[in-house]
Design a binder for this molecule. Structure first.
Ligand code: CA
Length: 228
């Protein structure tokens, strides 16, 4: 199966350089050079992965990400930015980005991240086969999907990964730092608020009463504990 990638990037040379190289690797690639064009393509077509620049004419990458996630679109997103500001990383992840790259990056790094995100999406590296009941959700870690009463509940690959990480350590306390380094792979502590916001979103989907969670319990000052 050929994976379809959308690149939203206003640096024309960079955009088409990436397109050429990704096509050589066997991907099908489309390019949008403004935020508005990118968003329009995303409302019409489906992609397996989006490479999303932050600073764009028309509509920022953050705005695009926010809008598509609000509409229930869970396509994996790798944010690409010229800034190495911590605030950008945090905002991108909180809005539901799956990974993050700072320009300039090597093609090797790009291919590695694209492959990792697509592998997670297709679930081929996951050994868990049977869907698991967690709260009101039935979670299929193998296919990165969740459902409630037979109906699909939109969850991003990152949300599923956070849940999977907790589930593999069920009834144990998992610290925010552990989640950040293991699930996001960052060795620096980005923000514990990032983790808290993901947990909040997951609770809204899996808890019957998200204000009084019974399955993802807060361990004050430390992190979280999943009780199936
Ligand atoms: Ca730009």
């Amino acid at each position: 199966m050929t994976h379809k990638i959308l690149i939203v990037e206003d640096e024309i040379q960079l955009a088409f350089g990436l397109k050429d190289n990704l096509e050589i690797e066997g991907y099908q690639v489309e390019v949008a050079n403004t935020g508005t064009d990118g968003y329009e393509l995303l409302t019409k077509n489906t992609y397996d992965l989006i490479l999303l620049d932050v600073m764009l004419p028309g509509m920022s990458g953050f705005e695009i990400l926010k809008r598509i996630r609000q509409s229930g679109n869970v396509t994996p997103v790798i944010m690409v930015t010229a800034k190495s500001d911590e605030i950008d990383k945090v905002l991108g992840l909180e809005l539901g980005a799956d990974d993050y790259m700072t320009k300039p990056f090597s093609l090797r790094e790009l291919f590695a991240r694209v492959k990792a995100v697509l592998r997670r999406q297709s679930g081929s590296s996951v050994s868990v086969a049977t869907p698991v009941n967690l709260g009101i959700l039935l979670v299929d870690f193998g296919n990165y999907t969740a459902s409630k009463d037979g109906e699909q509940v939109p969850m991003t690959p990152k949300e599923i990964e956070v849940l999977k990480f907790l589930w593999e350590r069920k009834n144990q306390t998992v610290s925010r730092d552990e989640l950040l380094t293991q699930v996001w792979g960052y060795d620096d502590n980005i923000s514990s608020r990032t983790v808290d916001n993901f947990i909040l979103k997951i609770r809204q989907k899996m808890e019957s009463d998200p204000a009084h969670p019974k399955h993802i319990i807060t361990i004050h000052g430390v992190g979280y504990k999943l009780i199936p």
